[in-house]
Design a binder for this molecule. Structure first.
Ligand code: ARG
Length: 577
């Protein structure tokens, strides 16, 4: 029943205008519950229907009226009303409840995601590269954002039926590894590396950088170590491999707490060796030129005047971050045969990815058009009790301990089997929602108190709504509420919830198009508010059996939509809190 109601409207509409039923489907949208002036459920904008562009206002009005009058009503489409340039359709509420709840009971996981509206997005392989921290350096708020945004994009693509490859591209190569290696040889400890790997590597890196400032010999030691790495000298490589392996193991453990995983831990080191053949290809294609400074550059001006260019080789012949990215993209295309590739980083790298895509296109790779950079803004003031955030785990600890504290105060934690885990899940949801509420490109100021509030549109509120529905369903577990008589659900509260559910596929489509999670977040918040008032006004206990059953059916359906939406966002719904 992927698009039963849009289909029903499209069928009637197709009879009176020159647009096919299939082409009409995406033009028909659900009327947002909050904006409801008429009791309509679906609408279509008339200017979209009229071929040849928008008609003058007066004309449009007459046309809207005329069209609305011609459309036949039937058992599903009960009424058709002309508005300002739009036609509103009122659906039979009994059929609305029957169809939506019926589908939600029989195939809860398919609801929304299997809609006809989203069919064109199915199939194919998407590579999402995200998180991508740098070994021995800080895991800053930007890496956290990349992690949760990339995870959301991967989840969404997967839910919509794509094959998804999740790649973490570690900063695991470059001159800084000369410094790190030289530093470790001086004051590193194998003991500490085993017990506190990330802390210790960071510590060594900070210290060696400090010493390098006033001690020239550190520089030459670093250069020496890096040379040994580039030449793949055994001892140096063994140390570097140890740093990398230990870091990946640690990250895997921490990502697991966040509910994130990767199919591949790639990194700059894996592609450094491929840069030479990239440069040869660029030379053969006459794209690589030598600048006056002796660097290797690619002209990106489009006019050939070098007014804009990218550097791919330093004057000493070594490659750069960008060179390794070109190599990595080519290698991924060959190994994974992706249809689209998405990179998630903060907005400071917008120019970098524009250059990357430009170079790939100049090399003749048409798939460069299907590479996309999802950029996001900066987060200010994310700190924990230990100070500025350096390690991902600190953020998780802070979220958990603050949440535990809030829960103890409201004394809800006593009923929980594992309050620590629940607190962590809720804390993480709070972080995610805070981050996903606005456009990804905007910067925001981080505030723990605001993030963890139970009221307002927060992750805590979302979890609370879900947990309350679970509790209600647990209390009445003995009643069967699998498909029942839905006629008691024609009151305005229930209808609002159903009308809102009608929008789910549109919202998923919106998020799939612009890769912005806020559409889904807003949808789930409104759903939570609507179901909260339905819960208040529509008691189950004490109601006649048929009414109680129908209401439970509604509540269980909302719970499952809430849970699937939360999971796409990267949130694990809790059953109790
Ligand atoms: N490691 C980089 C950083 O921390 C991000 C890597 C982004 N991905 C890429 N393919 N360049 O800034």
């Amino acid at each position: 029943m992927a698009c039963f109601f849009r289909r029903s409207v499209a069928r009637q509409l197709a009879k009176v205008c020159e647009v096919s039923e299939d082409a009409l489907i995406p033009l028909i949208s659900a009327v947002p519950v909050s904006k409801k002036q008429v009791s309509a459920d679906l609408r279509v904008s008339v200017s979209c229907l009229l071929q040849g562009g928008a008609a003058p206002d007066g004309d449009l009005h007459t046309k809207t009226q005329a069209l609305a009058n011609q459309i036949r009503r039937d058992s599903v489409v009960e009424d058709v009303v002309a508005g300002r340039g739009v036609i509103h359709f009122r659906l039979n509420k009994l059929i609305l409840a029957q169809k939506l709840l019926g589908q939600l009971q029989s195939d809860p996981d398919g609801f929304g995601v299997k809609s006809e509206l989203l069919q064109h997005l199915q199939g194919g392989r998407t590579l999402v590269e995200f998180s991508s921290p740098n070994i021995a350096k800080k895991f800053h708020a930007g890496h956290l954002r990349s992690t949760i945004i990339g995870n959301f994009i991967a989840n969404l693509k997967k839910a919509l039926g794509k094959e998804v490859i999740r790649v973490n591209y570690l900063g695991d190569w470059g001159m800084q590894f000369g410094l790190l290696g030289a530093g470790f040889e001086r004051f590193g400890s194998q003991e500490k590396l085993k017990t506190q790997p990330l802390e210790h590597l960071f510590e060594v890196y900070v210290q060696v950088n400090r010493e390098a400032e006033c001690d020239e010999s550190v520089h030459s030691a670093a250069a020496g170590f890096y040379r040994r790495l580039v030449q793949r000298e055994d001892q140096a490589m063994a140390l570097w491999t140890q740093f990398r392996e230990i870091t990946v193991l640690e990250y895997k453990r921490i990502y697991q707490r966040l509910g994130v995983d990767f199919d591949h831990y790639s990194g700059e080191s894996l592609h450094d060796g491929q840069t030479q053949s990239v440069l040869e290809e660029l030379t053969a294609k006459r794209l690589l030129k030598t600048s006056e400074k002796g660097t290797g550059v690619v002209d990106l001006s489009g006019t050939g005047d070098m007014s804009s260019y990218a550097t791919l080789v330093r004057s000493d012949g070594t490659s750069l971050y960008l060179t390794r990215d070109v190599a990595a993209a080519l290698d991924r295309k060959q190994r994974f045969g992706f249809d689209e590739m998405i990179y998630v980083t903060d907005k400071s790298q917008i120019a970098h990815f524009q250059q990357l895509f430009h170079i790939l296109a100049a090399m003749g790779h048409q798939w460069a058009e299907r590479c996309r950079h999802v950029a996001f803004g900066l987060v200010q003031g994310m700190s924990t009790r230990r100070g500025e955030v350096v390690f991902l785990e600190d953020v998780l600890e802070e979220a958990r301990s603050r949440m535990i504290n809030n829960m103890t105060q409201s004394r809800t934690s006593k009923v929980l089997e594992d309050p620590e885990q629940t607190a962590e899940r809720i804390g993480i949801s709070a972080l995610i929602i805070q981050d996903f509420r606005g456009p990804l490109m905007s910067d925001y100021k981080f505030d723990w108190d605001k993030v963890l509030q139970a009221q307002g549109d927060t992750g805590v509120f979302l979890q609370y709504t879900h947990a309350r529905l679970c509790s209600l369903l647990r209390t009445h577990a003995s009643d069967t509420y699998s498909c029942c008589d839905v006629s008691p659900l024609t009151d305005s509260r229930s209808v609002s919830v159903l009308q809102h559910l009608l929008r789910y596929d549109e919202v998923l489509l919106q998020s799939a198009n612009d890769l912005q999670p806020r559409h889904l977040v807003n949808f789930l918040m409104t759903l939570s508010h609507l179901v909260a008032s339905a819960h208040r006004e529509l008691p189950v206990k004490g109601s006649p059996a048929a009414t109680a059953q129908a209401r439970l059916c509604l509540f269980s359906s909302v719970r499952s939509v809430l849970a699937s939406g939360m999971r796409i966002l990267g949130i694990t719904p809790v059953d109790k809190m």
